[in-house]
Ligand binder design. Sequence first.
Ligand code: SF4
Length: 358
Amino acid sequence: MTMLSKKVDFIATANENISIDTTGRTIVTNNINNNLSKIGKELNKSFQLVIMPTEKCNFRCTYCYEDFVAGRMEPETITAIKKLLKQRVIDLETLKISWFGGEPLLAKNIVLEISEYAKNLAFQYSQVVYLGDMTTNGYLLDYETADNLANVGVRRYQISLDGPREIHNKSRLRADRKGTFDRIWANLLAIRNSSLPVSILLRIHFSADTFQLLDPLIEDLKKEFLPDPRFLFLFKSIGRWGGANDNDINVLSLKKKEQAIQLLQTKLFGENLDSSQNLSKEPDNFVCYASRSNSLVIRSNGDVAKCTVALYDDRNKVATLQPDGTIELIPGRLAPWLRGMETLDFDTLGCPLVKLPS
Ligand code: SF4
């Protein structure tokens, strides 16, 4: 984000100079660096809700950090989200709803209901551009589902593959331990064969054990999906993300990770590394959604969080969504996540969870 591009020296503490009101609007209480009010005003033009309609999952990926305890979102929370959107949409320029889980497509009817509501709001308030996206494991994303979702504005997806069939099926398993590759691949081909107005980011995972075994997948990606500009590609190394099997994950050093990504990109794109389909290079000034005051995660139980990784860290429960659609902050919990907006330090903005003050 260009407005955050000027780095100033500032002690990295959480001073509550910036917060949100009950509708999620950024409020600056102390304009400490002359930029904060400007940043707050800019951020109030857009609003992102990351919604987890269920935290159950039909997969049990070996590196997953989720506990799958919380189930489907209750009707009361769905109604509260709609009320929040209705209050917030009035002066927005952009409304982004990002679906996350567990597996969001296990609660497809909730996704469709809220998305349709958001689409209608954007129709009513014509100044708003509404965008819908989803992080899904892809197993339930058949053509009909993708079509129905596209009709309510969900048009961007992120889907992970862990390698060619034999490799993928060792780590991205169904809850009953069966493999998932063939069905995901068939869904991807069906979308490719359609004219649906969607874009799909294929996130290709690798680890120290698998990065030299991805060639058959890369060849298939080249043949089936690279010619279609709706498909984008990101190589990502599997990490110890807090799951039960963390100790079994063979993590690459930062240098080896970078070398592996360079090699894998070259295998897929050849000399065309600057392709707009190549998303493996993170921009230098990457700002995580959790650093921004205008981005909130609504969990299936109505808790409001900042980050989709630290789900079981109390510091990440910053508020609760009330039945009337208002956000009730838990004192002291939001400010640490927003400290990067005050300091403009790129490491903090890139991941506020690192060194998060208690
Ligand atoms: S699909 Fe996602 S939420 Fe489900 S088990 Fe795999 S990593 Fe976890």
